[in-house]
Design a binder for this molecule. Structure first.
Ligand SMILES: [Zn+2]
Length: 305
């Protein structure tokens, strides 16, 4: 877990890296011919955002495979090679994927610009993370915040590849228009759930920004951070909270084991919906960020309406 101050310092360092790169002469080989400039993102979700802004001008790799857990990921030698070959590295920061920084050191690619999507988003009030003094990293689960990620990606691609400013601006604008439409759709869908049923229990704490954005109450979270088992006391408190609030469904995520959630469901009578997506893309049709949000909203509406 990194402190906010350290996150800010790293962000500042990454922006310096981008600025330096921006001064370099343009590449002599047209970028995009050999599959585009190599961009490495930590997760499939951020990779998808980059692909939507970069289109054919970028070739995007995600280090964490779809449906694997970013919080507990350990990069392999192949990942270190991918990082070494990247022209731009994209991560969330705020404790989600800080292992990338060690990977960069190992890959000796210290001069490659590192874009952190999450820290200090303009106009965004951060929510607390699992450790006192940290921020919850799952900002992209609010569609308007994902749109702010897109702005940062467009700016970073423009710095790395200044010959295609207009392309990146046009593609980012088109993608942001789609995200705005998706955001309106989510609000319409959530409106169909009775006010008193807009309550949620999730496996890990990935939904607070989604919940704040769309007027849903998070009654409880099964584990504070993936890889950390809750104590018997914490499980008992969660069961109590579920019973007291009358929450109808508990949502788990495809990348996590469901035994704990199943146990809580048995003791509370709530239904388990075991297929929300947040940190990762999944199997078809959940193969894009837009599909992740659409899928989750469909699951919520089905279970809570
Ligand atoms: Zn997460």
């Amino acid at each position: 877990m990194i402190s906010l101050r350290r996150a800010r310092r790293l962000l500042a360092t990454s922006l310096v890296g981008l600025a330096l790169l921006g001064c370099a002469p343009p590449a002599t080989t047209p970028i995009g011919d050999a599959g585009g400039i190599p961009v490495v993102a930590t997760t499939t979700v951020f990779g998808d955002l980059v692909k939507n802004v970069g289109g054919d001008l970028v070739s995007v790799t995600s280090l964490v495979p779809a449906k694997a857990d970013v919080h507990t990921f350990e990069p392999s030698p192949t990942d270190i090679r991918a990082v070494a070959g990247a022209r731009l590295l994209v991560m969330n920061g705020l404790g989600l994927d800080d292992w990338l920084k060690d990977t960069i050191v190992n890959a000796a690619a210290n001069d490659t610009p590192l874009l952190q999507l999450g820290p200090d988003l303009p106009g965004v009030e951060p929510l607390p993370g699992e450790v006192t003094g940290t921020e919850n990293p799952h900002l992209w689960m609010s569609v308007p915040y994902a749109s702010l990620y897109v702005d940062r990606i467009a700016a970073a691609l423009d710095q790395v590849d200044p010959g295609h400013t207009d392309d990146y601006a046009r593609q980012a604008a088109a993608y942001k228009a789609r995200l705005a439409e998706l955001d309106r759709h989510v609000r319409d869908e959530i409106d169909t759930i009775p006010q008193g049923s807009r309550r949620l229990v999730t496996f890990h704490d990935a939904f607070p920004y989604f919940a704040r954005e769309y007027g849903i109450q998070i009654v409880g979270v099964a584990v504070e951070a993936p890889g950390q088992d809750p104590s018997a006391g914490e499980i008992a408190a969660l069961i109590q909270a579920i019973k007291a609030s009358g929450v109808k469904a508990i949502f788990s995520e495809s990348q996590f084991p469901t035994q704990l959630v199943d146990q809580i469901a048995r003791e509370t009578g709530a239904t388990v919906v075991a297929s929300l997506y947040d940190d990762s893309l999944g199997d078809p049709p959940v193969t894009s960020y837009e599909a992740v949000i659409q899928w989750d909203v469909d699951q919520l509406v089905q279970a809570l309406r």
